[in-house]
Design a protein around this ligand. Sequence first.
Ligand SMILES: Cc1cc2nc3c(=O)[nH]c(=O)nc-3n(C[C@H](O)[C@H](O)[C@H](O)COP(=O)(O)OP(=O)(O)OC[C@H]3O[C@@H](n4cnc5c(N)ncnc54)[C@H](O)[C@@H]3O)c2cc1C
Length: 457
Amino acid sequence: MGEHAVVLGCSVGGLLAARVLADHFDDVTVIERDTLPDGVAQRRGVPQGRHVHGLLASGAQALDDLFPGFLDDLVDDGAVVLDGSGVSRVSMTFAGHPLNLNGPFTRPITSYLATRPFLEAHVRQRVRAISNVEILDGHDAVEFIVAGAGRVTGVRVAAHDGSSNREVVADLVVDATGRAARTPAFLESVGYRRPIEHRNTIHVAYTSQLLHIPPDAIVERLFLIGARPELLCGGALFACENDTWMLTLVGMTGLQPPVDREGMLRFAEKFAPAAMMTALRAAAPLTEPVTYRYPASVRRFYERLSQFPTGLLVFGDAICSFNPVYGQGMSVAALEALALRDCLNDGPHELARRFFRAAAKPLGRAWQMASGADLTLPDVEGHRSPFIRFTNRYTERVLTAAESDGAVAETFLRVTNLVDAPSELLRPSIVARVMAAAGHRGPAGSTPHARVPAQPA
Ligand SMILES: Cc1cc2nc3c(=O)[nH]c(=O)nc-3n(C[C@H](O)[C@H](O)[C@H](O)COP(=O)(O)OP(=O)(O)OC[C@H]3O[C@@H](n4cnc5c(N)ncnc54)[C@H](O)[C@@H]3O)c2cc1C
């Protein structure tokens, strides 16, 4: 494809883009503003690293495809694995509906639990081992270099400490600098249209803390409780590496979870099952509570642009930044990497147009599910199309059925893990089960704390 590709941003998105570019360019340089740690550590450019980070089953599989043996390495180093047998150690409640996860599932959905720095460090370690990839950390990407208006030929970078400033020439530049990426402004500055942007204003607020929980105080490995229109809060408690637990409390549409222990416990009592509360009361904090505010999910429709400079791509959160409560961002980035790999395999012709279209498939599915769920909450600003209204009504019925019907719960989980397409929920056999369950149960939330009996994995 060319001699040199440059990736801007060395978080999960940039690392995965670099992985596939390395098969098609002589050299790949990844430019990162932060000075990167050697191992597992928090860093400034990824403040979300202090909060719960779920890896969906689709993302886990994509990572293993990109880096063979990756998932085994995660587990060897201490990540928690939930395979088909362990799924009963999972308690999930969506929109007030506790899912029946007793199984057995016909096709196991395997999940891996770890902290975000642990996951990122493992991806970074794999990319560092690729001989033609260089990571230039401690450097800011300042601006694109253009030849005329039609081609990006590199990027100007400046050492973060101000000691140097230089041009890096490239055949391809990939912007993976996250949701604040400057490509839309750059496009406008050189006479192109900005991509259309869809935005759901959700004002999500997190409070998170790493905990130690005595083993006899908890059987489950994961609790996940989503918000619902009548109760705009939820949370997650995930087992992580080295016998640690990540607690994240979530407030929607402006509700800020507290940061003191008593307040956090009182907040959790509003939605948490009894077993989660027992674990939280027995827990000892390992870090101070930290907060994060996420104003709006944003999707930029690059695939709809009729003109785009050659030599430039956009990747990861820079295309679409999802409401974090659905845990989609890293997995969508991994699916985008597979899409980029396919596009590169087909040659350089109209690479940007083909990549944006290919990336829009997994990304569009994830966006549709996340924004549909967000728009069930009355205070969320966004466009409630007839299609969204229909799917939300049907999803409510699916969730009602999933409380008792394991087959419906399994299909729902496969769809939300981006393993199967949402159309799987409209298969005649599933529709029949959903309809059979309708009317057998009271309104959503009537049994909010019913939970799945835990079984040993
Ligand atoms: C609170 C929160 C919770 C989340 N939870 C989950 C979850 O449970 N599961 C999940 O899959 N995803 C989750 N996500 C999303 C996930 O973190 C991202 O999707 C993932 O990190 C991929 O993003 P990215 O690499 O495209 O961008 P980012 O992670 O934002 O990284 C951008 C990188 O670019 C660097 N950078 C920025 N500007 C420059 C510049 N000018 N020059 C050089 N470098 C630059 C930054 O330092 C950073 O390293 C969550 C996000 C948030 C905010």
